[in-house]
Design a protein. Structure first.
Length: 175
């Protein structure tokens, strides 16, 4: 007799259109939370954020590994790949990535044709997997629909402080 596998919990809102205009906070994790993205030691004295393009910010001086650099290159391509998607911020942590994106409407307030978040993340993971030759990703991803300006700023602050929190965390260790 075959053992029945447990049902996976639905994590997306059933009636929500994840291609509709708005801001989204996305977290993508590596399988088994393995550190693929950083190498060496992180020096908090050198950590800074830089503005890239009109409205995208990213951390500087993170000790990215070869795989981390591939992830970084794919993130830079994100907003070029999807004309209706604006990449606002991202941070590459040792075993996960946080991304703040906005799907934008046209100048008349009409939604442009946009892929769903699920499709964007799937294509991103696929591009990274193809370049490194194997999959490193946990199934699915976590998303948060940004509800207002305060929520947006809270998520950005979380991203900005995440590398420093990682460094000072009790369980942090150089691998």
């Amino acid at each position: 007799m075959e053992k029945e596998l447990p049902k996976r919990k639905e994590i997306r809102l059933k009636q929500y259109d994840y291609s509709s205009p708005g801001a989204y906070f996305i977290t993508i994790c590596t399988e088994n939370r393995k550190n693929y993205f950083w190498e060496g030691a992180f020096d908090p004295q050198l950590f800074a954020w830089n503005t890239v393009g009109a409205n995208c910010v990213r951390p500087q001086n993170l000790p990215l590994s070869a795989v981390g650099k591939i992830v970084f290159d794919e993130l830079k391509r994100w907003h070029k790949t999807y004309s209706s998607v604006s990449l606002h911020a991202y941070v590459i942590m040792p075993n996960h990535i946080h991304i703040m994106v906005a799907i934008v409407a046209d100048e008349y307030g009409r939604p442009q044709v946009a892929p769903t978040l699920e499709r964007m993340v799937k294509q991103f993971k696929g591009a990274v997997t193809k370049k490194i030759g194997c999959s490193i990703w946990q199934k699915s991803f976590i998303e948060h629909i940004v509800r207002n300006q305060n929520d947006y700023e809270t998520r950005l602050n979380y991203m900005y402080n995440n590398p420093m929190r990682w460094y000072y965390d009790k369980i942090y260790k150089d691998e």
